[in-house]
Design a protein around this ligand. Structure first.
Ligand SMILES: O=C(O)c1cc(C(=O)O)c2c(n1)C(=O)C(=O)c1cc(C(=O)O)[nH]c1-2
Length: 242
């Protein structure tokens, strides 16, 4: 298979399975979420945000080639940032505050749904334990992220009072960060998936990752859109507010 046809296969996986298709996102971006459903999304998505630099550190701990580590380390810097200016994690907490949540409560990780935690932990473990090809390929959902970030900025600005350039700065910044990361990751996968077996492995990794993302939204829908389904220990409306 050529590089072009593997790339087409990866993109077809996104077209079918990326979480922009999930009904929770349609609801969020279309202005149909209640304030508590938005809060539940911010609290649970925090678990994903917090896991990203950990999985990137897990990845780097396995790589012997300094050239790859040099490319990869900006991912950690993008999220953690420096002491003074912070990074994506701090920008996420700005969003938390804007929707009326205490940022310390959100950053504590309390109230995250069990299924969300299982999904993000599975992502960290996958990147730590699987062949490097699959560890890299699992990040390629970011091929599809700029489109959903643009849609989210537009949808939130149109429908919710909390939305403004400051509260949404996380997504705006990702519009320039993600394409740089994914260009490197995609090229690496297309170069290293040089047998039919490895091509299948890369595709399986991307499917795994779309499942990690989908499962988080299924968990949100189950707990906060369906009535009376919040699991024990998970965030309940009224908790963790400013
Ligand atoms: O808002 C989204 O829908 C979304 C999706 C994804 C993704 O596709 O995994 C990431 C992000 N955002 C994101 O902001 C981010 O920093 C990020 C890093 C990664 C990764 O797997 O390394 N995915 C994503």
């Amino acid at each position: 298979m050529s590089r072009e046809s593997l790339e087409a296969r990866l993109r077809a996986i996104g077209a079918e399975r990326y979480h922009d298709k999930h009904p929770f996102h349609h609801r969020l971006h279309g202005g149909d979420c209640t304030p508590d459903q938005v809060r539940a999304w911010v609290i649970n998505r925090w678990a994903y945000q917090a896991a990203i630099p950990m999985k990137d550190a897990a990845f780097m701990s396995r790589v012997y080639d300094p050239a790859i580590r040099r490319e990869w380390r900006s991912r950690i810097e993008d999220h953690d940032g420096g002491i003074a200016e912070g990074g994506g994690i701090r920008r996420w907490l700005k969003l938390a505050e804007a929707v009326g949540l205490d940022p310390d409560y959100v950053a504590s990780g309390r109230g995250v749904l069990p299924a969300t935690q299982f999904a993000v932990d599975a992502y960290i473990r996958y990147v730590r334990d699987m062949p490097l090809l699959q560890a890299v390929a699992s990040s390629l959902t970011e091929l599809f992220a700029p489109k959903i970030h643009e849609r989210r900025i537009e949808g939130l600005l149109a429908h919710y009072e909390f939305a403004n350039p400051e509260s949404l700065s996380y997504f705006r910044k990702r519009l320039t960060e993600a394409p740089k990361d994914v260009a490197y990751g995609l090229d690496w996968v297309l170069t290293h998936a040089d047998t039919p077996e490895k091509e299948d492995m890369a595709c399986e990794a991307l499917i795994f990752k779309t499942n990690v993302l989908w499962a988080q939204l299924d968990a949100l829908w189950g707990a906060y859109v369906e009535p009376d389904r919040i699991p024990p220990g998970a965030w309940r409306p009224g908790e963790g507010l400013i």
